[in-house]
Ligand binder design. Sequence first.
Ligand code: ADP
Ligand code: MG
Length: 502
Amino acid sequence: MLDSNYETPKVKVIAGTTGDWEIVIGLEVHAQVATKAKLFSGASTQFGAEPNSNVAFVDAGMPGMLPVINEECVAFAVKTGLGLKAKINLNSAFDRKNYFYPDLPQGYQISQLYHPIVGTGEVLVEMGNGTARNVRIERIHLEQDAGKSVHDMDPSMSFVDLNRTGVALMEIVSFPDIRGPEEAAAYVVKLRQILRYLGTCDGNMQNGNLRADVNVSVCRPGDYEKFQASSNFGDLGTRCEIKNMNSMRFIQLAIDFEARRQIAIIEDGGKIVQETRLYDAEKNETRSMRSKEEAHDYRYFPDPDLLPLEIEQAWVDDIAASLPELPDAKKTRFITEFGLSDYDVSVLTADVDSAGFFEAVAQSSDGKLAANWVINELFGRLKKDDKDILDSPISAARLSQLVTLIKSDKISGKIAKEVFEISYMSNRDPVEIVKTEGMEQVTDASAIEAAVDDIIAKNPDQVTKVKENPKLVGWFVGQVMKATSGKANPAAVNKLINDKLK
Ligand code: ADP
Ligand code: MG
């Protein structure tokens, strides 16, 4: 259903004064590993804690302290690799990346430059309109996060918060396979979705738990195909790296600005200098941070405090066996199991929690109807209240009850909206609401007939009018619905009135 049916999306082309240009993008995504403890210490990773309260001696760079690897961080990295269909390296190793910074008390970051734990993988990035691109993953390595310097609390001093120091990050490096700003955003969306399904990163971009360094270069049409054939990065243009992006919108704006900046320089006879740049959202432009020449010499070397990391294939196999259903598989299954459209399924599976909620509603009711109610009523209502699906005031069990009431003709769709609102606001079971409030649909033909007869008897003028102009029959339907407080089955009412006024 999925992979083979997709066409390749169109490459974004920018027209310059000397001809067309294409964009080439590679992303380095930093995803915070969703473990309770840090990578090499038992300190908590909880967000929003009192500054410097989650700091073990080793995080603070105290002399003589030794790092001890957190097995769960390793397991989560492996799980992520498997979720991205990547090669798991049974042998990896940690290196020290040395640099001086106030929020890096050890004086180095422990990372994996030479032997990352995960090798090449791939992500299918859907672009809508039946197009998708396979973006290859180059590697994933584990590394420590740095702390946070705070410069805006005191006019004469800077402070440092080490809570984040030593928290485990997965750096997920893509190949330069992404060909436009929209694709870059779609790639981050898909990656985030997979990580959330896996439960290995919460994907919270506001808190900085998922952020991307965006590498951008431009080339002439045909050059990228040369690179594909040769795998020689020299066939591509010189790249610039935009650091620390944590918004899908800004990623797109930054890429667009950066590509145009590079094109203007080249067309002016200049050369692109490989450098690190920052995106300024207020001015919508990128600014140079440091060039390659000024780049640090990190003096990488294997961390002598840590043994090489050796894991066993059997352990990897156990993790593989425990992988949850991932977005692509869930989509395909929802389509076949519940008979839903591509669009509905994309909406329902966009987030792992929404997908779980929908499935709980659909399992014991009707799939198509459940999808309509979750997408149109529930999502709309939650959005209005700015609420997350996990905080939905109406539970999946209750929504399922409601859908079953509609499906079995106990209540009409119109009444159902009222029942939904009552249940949502007052924490009551739909079945109980319908019973207590007397909202059950009247399907009993004799009861409806009595109401119809009554209205006909009381309105002889209208009867004459309808006989002349059958289109006016709607008036009678309206009256009967009113007389039954909207509880009569509309189809039954229609049929009865038409029969009687023929
Ligand atoms: P560094 O550590 O110097 O940033 P990495 O190899 O870790 O280098 O990451 C480089 C990133 O830049 C990768 O995502 C890679 O795909 C991407 N990249 C490399 N060359 C280009 C290029 N010419 N244009 C765009 N992206 C590129
Ligand atoms: Mg980089």
